[in-house]
Write a protein that binds this ligand. Sequence first.
Ligand code: ADP
Ligand code: MG
Length: 310
Amino acid sequence: MDEFALIRRYFEPLGRPRPEVRLGIGDDAALLALPPGSELCITTDTLVAGRHFAADAAAADVGWKALAVNLSDLAAMGAAPLAYTLALTLPEADETWLQGLAAGLDELAAQHDLALIGGDTTRGPLSLTLTAFGAVPAGRALRRQGAREGDLVCVTGTLGDAALALQLGAQAPPALRQRLHRPQPRLAAGQALRELASAGLDLSDGLAGDLAHLCRASGVGASVRADLLPTSAAFAAAAPAARHLALQVQGGDDYELCLTLPPERVEAATAACGLPLTVIGRITREPGVRFCTAAGEILPLAPHGYRHFT
Ligand code: ADP
Ligand code: MG
């Protein structure tokens, strides 16, 4: 099967019609019309076999997660997703794998009516680069900058589930495996909280490192209560107590949103979020991120999450 037949068979069917998509797969480039008064929000992420996913990972899970991590970035900006592109490098045209990949991509894309509008297909070591496009009302995107002293730090959902699943491997219970392989981008929450939050980002590399990015961008620090971190029942049942904090703040792959809110907006944000929203700490003038007990004792913790080149 040549490159063009492969595109026709597996990827053209993922180009669902949307009013914003004026031209999809098949020409030299795609055309996207933005809703009036909005800005285009663009993000890209690469997944490399053997680094971001196991070479024997289910192809459908790879497809889902490749799209999910991109949509999580759009969610963090408060954008509504429109479309995506797929640059695919493959060692060979393995049709079973391609079919699985396309099915996983489209399962998540269907939930948000997203169109695949283009891409590139080349031969080489297995990797995928997706670019996602979203719309956000002009000037209203949620940024990492904007957090102020006294704002409360909040997170959606629960933390540590994916990191624990990764650690437990095949022994991980299904609820945790789902969180690792099929993260749900928090798109509705991001759009609902865009107008309420002072700053926000998505948690991909672990709360400690990601919150430090937000604090740096905002010129502030944060103090987080370890005892307030939201924990799923599956995590509580399966995580060794001594590993809770490390998994929940340094583990990564949570794909929850971390937001800062002026205290008077927390109630409205909780009502609008559509997911559990938990206050875990507050923004301080003093820079840096500290994790502490309910009594205020500071807990020792390495200051950053996963990094590629260290
Ligand atoms: P060009 O040589 O002009 O870059 P290609 O032959 O690479 O065009 O691609 C032909 C069409 O197929 C383009 O519309 C391109 O966006 C689309 N396409 C190529 N690879 C993929 C892919 N993996 N997923 C979706 N669309 C793809
Ligand atoms: Mg090309």
